[in-house]
Design a protein around this ligand. Structure first.
Ligand SMILES: Cc1cc2nc3c(=O)[nH]c(=O)nc-3n(C[C@H](O)[C@H](O)[C@H](O)COP(=O)(O)O)c2cc1C
Length: 207
């Protein structure tokens, strides 16, 4: 299985959080140039990267109920979506800050179809897919685990949106999709359920 080390994430930037919040909006058409690996790395780190270790646990950029960390971030890359990556699907490994190829062929059209044919998915050079092993959180919180996992997906997605704003990238949250079709397209193991798609790409110069 192909493994790709990612460039280190930046932990500082020239855009304030307030500015990124003020300008964030869902953007659905993308500039043509493919994504840079450094941008991909920054977005995946924002979604689920490791920030520090507490009591032996690798803590992540997005909060997690009881630090159960049920989320798994995948990156779907369209043909020529990122110069450094072949089309296909990659799983982000937070601790190693690395990608592992999991589907080594283009699945862009199938993912678009699974997302009910949405033009924003078709147009995006890449889509971050947030999936969850909800059982990790349910075990600890039988009554509220499912709710917590959904909340966490929102935290991770918002991190991606705000980092896009700070980098002349752009993103759009996509929650309307056929769960089974997305799971099948991504060849997800049964323990993982897809929760959120976040198509990302470069921002047109006039936006
Ligand atoms: C949970 C959730 C699911 C969404 N699903 C979709 C979607 O499937 N397709 C889409 O184009 N936009 C989707 N959106 C984006 C909303 O349409 C958008 O956030 C809303 O119109 C407000 O606009 P803004 O994001 O520019 O502030 C979704 C947003 C959220 C929070």
């Amino acid at each position: 299985m192909a493994s790709i080390d990612l460039p280190d994430p930046e932990t500082d930037g020239s855009t304030s959080v307030e500015r990124a919040i003020a300008t964030r909006t869902s953007r659905r058409s993308f500039a043509r140039p493919p994504l840079e690996l450094a941008d991909v790395a920054q977005l995946l780190w924002a979604a689920q990267g490791v920030t520090h270790v507490r009591d032996g646990v690798e803590m992540r950029t997005a909060p997690s109920a009881g630090a159960t960390y049920p989320l798994v971030a995948f990156l779907e890359v369209a043909p020529e979506g990122c110069a450094a990556l072949d089309a296909g699907l990659y799983r982000y490994e937070p601790g190693a800050h690395r990608l592992e190829a999991t589907v080594q062929e283009a699945i862009h059209d199938a993912l678009t179809e699974a997302a009910l044919g949405q033009a924003v998915v078709q147009a995006a050079p890449a889509t971050i897919v947030l999936a969850a092993e909800a059982e990790r959180t349910r075990r600890q919180y039988p009554d509220h685990g499912d709710r917590y996992v959904h909340m966490e997906a929102g935290h991770a997605a918002q991190n991606v949106h705000l980092v896009c704003e700070s980098r002349t990238l752009q993103s759009c949250p996509v929650g309307a999709f056929d769960d089974d079709a997305v799971a099948a397209t991504l060849e997800l193991p049964a323990r993982l359920e897809p929760l959120y798609l976040v198509p990302v790409g470069n921002r047109p110069a006039d936006q």
